[in-house]
Design a protein around this ligand. Structure first.
Ligand code: FE2
Ligand code: FE2
Length: 413
């Protein structure tokens, strides 16, 4: 899940966005006629007419369904065909080094392990206790938890994304290739995250479930565009980054829940965070292997993803009202320290070190440029963020935004 797209939407770093920045088309920003547009550099959200407001002569024509947020410019299949064969030749390696990081189902936790047992006598009492604990937690925290949960719930999009990568996709839906086995089992493990958070939030009584469910339906309908170009190099760099980002985010929601005295919620978030960590290890290992066998290809792909910036999976989030919902959710997460621009820079720096980018030798001219770019990236990014932070501090009044997820109560950004 997460919010480094706040980088993309709101920070000064957006000014450095590459020419391939995503162009969004906003089809129906509001069912009530209220619109939000962004003035961020590199981001264009042209507003079009409401989906349901047919006008003029074509009022009798039933309009086709369109997702409310669309990405206009997209790049596909950039990896040369011969590299597809390389991924096929890595099947045995993936079986030994990646599939071993999956947990057998019988040893896996299930959402029910952390929730009141509906068949037990004490069910209502347990729910009552859960709701009492939930009363102590502030609205801003719930905005973050709901955003995290919605991100997890858009899992069909992520499985689709993994199956868009050339050379590693699940060709049949039940393929026995190591890559396909990983993708299905990874999805099955991830599926528990949204389930658990959703059940908890439902029982808490603190959130507007219908608005949340609408947001999930919109988000899955919108999909995501993460600029991986069907290329598994870019794809696994993205997933490494993303799993680390979700690990950080869920760890921080666990820490905050503990501070608010809810040890059970802390345990829920901490358990999910541990899964993300294991998934991060798997994707990181794949990229490490790519750096070993094709350092030039790997370093160029890494630099390309960092130039384009990691777009967060829920960047097309919409609740039917707020055209800048993802930006607002990200801003709350940044303020609370659940996931911040500093985390984004830390992750970049971590992978530059982990994949030993500085020590790569024998690179092509393009590879060397990519290496130089990556090695100077985190400090430059931090400088830009610091300036953006200082500018934000100079703002006289805090911005308050209403979130439909919490019954339109206001939360400070
Ligand atoms: Fe997850
Ligand atoms: Fe994950």
């Amino acid at each position: 899940m997460n919010m480094a797209a706040l980088i993309f939407y709101s920070s000064s770093a957006a000014a450095a966005a590459s020419p391939s920045s995503i162009l969004f088309k906003h089809n129906s920003s509001s069912t009530t006629g209220r619109c939000c547009s962004s003035s961020s550099p590199g981001l264009a959200i042209p507003l079009a007419s409401n989906l349901h407001s047919a006008a003029g002569a074509d009022h009798h024509i039933k309009k086709a369904f369109r997702p409310p947020l669309q990405v206009e410019e997209q790049v596909t299949h950039s990896m040369p065909a011969e590299k597809v064969e390389m991924f096929k030749s890595l099947e045995d390696w993936a079986e030994k080094h990646v599939l071993t990081l999956l947990k057998p189902v019988e040893k896996s936790w299930q959402p029910q392990d952390f929730l009141p047992e509906p068949s037990s006598q004490g069910f209502l009492e347990e729910v009552e206790e859960l709701r009492k604990r939930a009363m102590e937690i502030p609205d801003a925290y719930y905005v973050c938890l709901v955003g995290d949960m919605i991100t997890e719930e858009a899992l069909p999009t992520y499985q689709t994304m993994l199956n868009s990568f050339d050379g590693v996709r699940d060709e049949t839906g039940a393929s026995l290739s190591s890559w396909a086995i990983w993708t299905r089992a990874w999805t099955a493990e991830e599926n528990r995250h949204g389930d658990l958070l959703r059940h908890y939030l439902y029982l808490s009584g603190r959130v507007h479930m219908r608005q949340i469910e609408k947001t999930i339906q919109y988000l899955i309908g919108c999909g995501m565009y993460i600029k991986t170009e069907n290329c598994p190099y870019r794809g696994f760099i993205y997933t490494s980054f993303q799993e680390r980002a979700t690990f950080i985010s869920h760890s921080n929601t666990a820490r905050h829940a503990k501070q608010h005295g809810d040890m059970k919620l802390a345990q829920i978030c901490g358990t999910i965070a541990a899964d993300e960590k294991r998934h991060e290890a798997a994707y990181t290992r794949i990229v490490e292997k790519l750096f070993q066998i094709d350092p030039d290809g790997a370093v160029i792909a890494f630099a390309d993803m960092m130039k384009k910036k990691i777009v967060m999976p829920a960047h097309l989030m919409f609740d039917g009202r707020d055209g800048r919902l993802f930006h607002h959710f990200s801003a709350v997460a940044q303020r609370l320290g659940i996931y911040t621009a500093k985390d984004y820079a830390d992750i970049m720096e971590f992978f530059v070190g982990k994949w030993k980018v500085e020590g790569l030798v024998g690179l092509s001219g393009e590879g060397k440029k990519a290496q130089e770019f990556l090695c100077s990236l985190a400090p430059r990014f931090r400088k830009l963020e610091k300036r953006a932070e200082e500018r934000a501090k100079q703002q006289a009044l805090p911005t308050m935004v209403r979130f439909s997820w919490i019954f339109d109560r206001e939360v400070q950004l």
